[in-house]
Design a protein around this ligand. Structure first.
Ligand code: AHI
Ligand code: MN
Ligand code: MN
Ligand code: MN
Length: 305
């Protein structure tokens, strides 16, 4: 079994510097060898390492959207690389970088696995459209583009055809959803297990209900898109938009352990690790990087016993 690791040093979907160093910090923490030790054949694809050459000379806002052409170009490139690895039957592991990259990862994996389902672990819904976004930061919008929602049919994103339907998406960990996003979730009937449901039912039940919703016969490939801010800030402090009341260390890992058990994981994204936001505290940095690596190990088969 082969896992292809794509480190994508990209921060264009949001405004805080440092998230582009996520991939390197996880690599330096030893992630690659850790996966080899779990009997994975690890290939590291460096093509997405540094995509700064894709940044256009000028990239004026489109409406509120910031750096639209840069984000689009990076995601288009990433989608092609992800597609290549996914079509070879490899598990595609993308280390970000900000969550706008999901337009690339899911853009690529859905070409190889059109019947896939998505488990989106995040404090945020990341489903703002160009019309509902406040900040214009595209890391808050990837799912709107992937679902082809109103206003996402921009010529600058013409390479990305809608590749996801609402019934194939389920969230775990939501607790900071914009008003416009709440409307969209309701209108589209998208299943979301917020932290309220995690507390009400427990993570074990939540993951089963999530799988029952998007993968009732347990026969669809699963793309796990993991924003580390889904975890509580006490667990993963070095991230751009921390929100209190998140998943515990164990809840965060249980999701990965359970998804490994399905044997259906085709891709995993680990997004929004920002080493620059450790508040100068080496422990907060190490803690966040360590949890990023352990989430991956759990999704790739590491067990406690
Ligand atoms: N981390 C973020 N998304 O996952 N930030 C953007 C969301 C703001 N509504
Ligand atoms: Mn996110
Ligand atoms: Mn988030
Ligand atoms: Mn709890």
């Amino acid at each position: 079994k082969t896992v292809s690791i794509l480190g994508v040093a990209f921060s264009g979907g949001q405004a805080k510097g440092g998230v582009e160093n996520g991939p390197q910090t996880l690599a330096e923490f030893g992630l690659h060898q850790q996966l080899r030790d779990l009997d994975w054949n690890v290939t590291v694809d460096a093509r997405c390492q540094d995509l700064t050459h894709l940044q256009p000379e000028s990239d004026p806002d489109i409406g509120k959207l910031k750096k639209p052409r840069y984000v689009s170009a990076v995601c288009e490139y990433l989608a092609n690389v992800v597609e290549e690895h996914a079509k070879r039957g490899e598990l595609v592991l993308t280390i970000g970088g900000d969550h706008s990259l999901a337009m690339g990862t899911l853009g690529g994996t859905t070409r190889a696995h059109p019947d896939l389902c998505v488990i989106w672990v995040d404090a945020h819904a990341d489903i703002n459209t160009p019309l509902t976004t406040d900040s214009g930061n595209l890391h808050g919008c990837p799912l709107a583009f992937l679902l082809g929602l109103e206003g996402t049919d921009l010529p600058e994103f013409s390479w990305l055809s809608p590749c996801l339907t609402p019934d194939r998406l389920v969230y775990i960990g939501l607790r900071d959803v914009d008003q416009g996003e709440k409307r969209i979730l309701k209108q589209l009937g998208i299943k979301a297990f917020s932290m309220t449901e995690v507390d009400r039912y427990g993570i074990g039940q939540v993951v089963e209900m999530a799988l029952d919703h998007v993968n009732p016969n347990r026969d669809r490939p699963i793309h796990l898109s993991y924003d580390v801010d889904g975890l509580d800030p006490s667990v993963a402090p070095a991230t751009g938009t921390p929100v209190r009341g998140g998943l515990t260390f164990r809840e965060g890992h249980y999701i990965c352990e359970r998804l490994h058990e399905t044997g259906l994981l085709c891709a995993m994204d680990v997004m929004e690790v920002n080493p620059a936001l450790a508040h100068g505290d080496i422990h907060q940095l190490t803690q966040t990087v360590a949890v990023g690596c352990s989430l991956v190990r759990s999704a790739l088969g590491e067990t406690l016993l």
